[in-house]
Design a binder for this molecule. Structure first.
Ligand code: HEM
Length: 417
């Protein structure tokens, strides 16, 4: 395949290799691509021994292009080839199309409308005291004299407890969700299994658990999300079990690791930019919303989503063919100097802040309010109770080209009150 320009003619980076991102997001390479080849083609060597080479993909690095493609689902489809970089077909692609993320309008619009109620403003208002209670308990459990792992003891705990509450499942089982989510998202990371087999086993276990929950909620509904989805209708018809299980899967994956990474990113920013930390601490009410948005822009919990071109189309000088895979690199869009003044500076007073950390367009993150709420509540609790908490061991990042996940981050909780 001779698509031009080629990423590798401009930068020496393999964006298809999960190890690249484990070493940190390659912001310099993205900056070069934005200025020299904003839509560039990347070959797709096999990532597993004996695996086959993929068809390659277009890398979108400019904010304007990521925005344009995300808001044009007719030309750039989530249905044709799925929504992640993986090159899928057959039964796997069919299964992806049962997922809210794997379909296009108008089907997507109807499906989303039927399940969106639990993500609205009133629900997040009701959720706040519950999340506050979780955050208090988590901070209560921290030993003020010991170094702790912020990822497992703080950042992972809050989304797990929140999701268990929202989905109406036993919070004691959250360790299972933590493990499944790590093995599914981290399936390229040797520490989490690192094989397709392990990914499939974890997915099976998560699905089996979910099927039991769905059956349970059909017979004994409560006011949790699963019961709401069981009773939801699209065009007058109930969602079938296959769609329900894919929704369960989506929520556990989408709502879990992303929030964990956002909280970990916030802790890293507090450490890296002490003057910003001072400013935030000087008035939490005034500065917390801006801090949260800037953490999302600067740390990029999600690295990419994918679309597939439904027709031949020109974009920023590149000729994309029908059927081509298109990757939206959010970290690059979020550092684009055409969209942000001083893009490489962390500035909690930035306004406006049109970051794309939650995406944009029809698939804009359905859980954005819930994610922001958890960040707001935990950061307030932590900075009020442990104002001197600081990083003592840098983060170890997972091998993934999809999510920017930290596996651990050492902190010293000095100054517990
Ligand atoms: C703060 C952390 C989070 C970040 C950074 C994040 C980011 C994203 C992104 C980038 C997308 C795709 C947008 C696109 O394709 O245009 C997305 C979709 C989605 N997210 Fe989130 N997310 C977060 C938290 C959550 C939470 C807490 C939930 C649920 C409880 C959630 C549920 C979803 C769902 C259901 C979708 C699919 C929406 C659709 O296809 O219509 N997310 N998220």
């Amino acid at each position: 395949m001779s698509r031009r320009p080629l990423v590798q003619d401009h930068v020496d980076v393999n964006l298809w290799d999960p190890a690249t991102f484990a070493a940190g997001i390659p912001y310099d390479a993205f900056a070069t691509l934005r200025s020299e080849a904003p839509v560039a083609f990347h070959p797709e060597p096999s990532r597993r021994e004996g695996g086959r080479e993929g068809p390659g993909f277009w890398c979108l690095t400019r904010h304007a292009d990521v925005h344009a493609v995300s808001t044009d689902p007719e030309t750039f489809s989530s249905y044709l080839g799925g929504f992640t970089g993986a090159d899928i077909s057959g039964a796997v692609l069919d299964e992806t199309r049962l997922n809210l993320m794997g379909i296009d309008p108008p089907e997507h619009t109807q499906f989303r409308r039927s399940v969106r109620a639990p993500f609205g403003p009133s629900v997040t208002r009701e959720l706040r005291p519950v999340v506050e209670n979780f955050a208090r308990t988590i901070i209560d459990g921290i030993d003020p004299n010991a170094e702790i792992d912020f990822v497992s003891e703080v950042a992972a705990e809050l989304p797990l407890l929140t999701l268990a509450h929202l989905l109406g499942v036993r919070s004691e089982d959250r360790g299972l969700f933590y493990d499944w989510s790590n093995r599914i998202i981290g399936n390229h990371d040797p520490e989490f299994g690192g094989s397709i087999k392990d990914f499939l086993t974890a997915k099976d276990e998560l699905f089996n658990y979910g099927r039991r929950v769905i059956t349970e909620k059909r017979t004994a509904p409560d006011d949790g999300m699963v019961s709401t989805f069981v009773n939801a209708t699209v065009d007058g018809e109930s969602l079938d079990d296959e769609r329900l299980i894919m929704l369960w899967f989506l929520l556990l994956i989408a709502g879990n690791e992303t929030t964990r990474s956002s909280l970990t990113g916030a802790m890293e920013m507090l450490h890296e930019f002490p003057e910003q930390r001072e400013l935030l601490l000087s008035d939490l009410d005034a500065h917390m919303p801006g801090f949260i948005e800037e953490v999302l822009r600067f740390t990029n919990p999600v690295l990419h989503f994918r679309r597939t071109a439904s027709r031949d189309v020109s974009l920023s000088g590149a000729e994309i063919k029908a059927g081509d895979k298109v990757i939206l690199w959010y970290p690059s869009a979020n550092r684009d100097g055409d969209a942000f003044d001083r893009p490489d500076e962390f500035d909690l007073t930035r306004s406006p802040n049109p970051h794309l950390a939650f995406g944009v367009g029809p698939h804009f993150c359905l859980g954005a309010r819930i994610g922001r709420l958890q960040m707001d509540v935990m950061l307030r609790e932590m900075l009020t109770r442990l104002p001197a908490i600081d990083v003592s061991q840098p983060a170890r990042r997972a091998h993934s080209i999809f999510l920017n996940s930290a596996k651990s981050l050492g902190v010293r909780p000095l100054g517990c009150t």
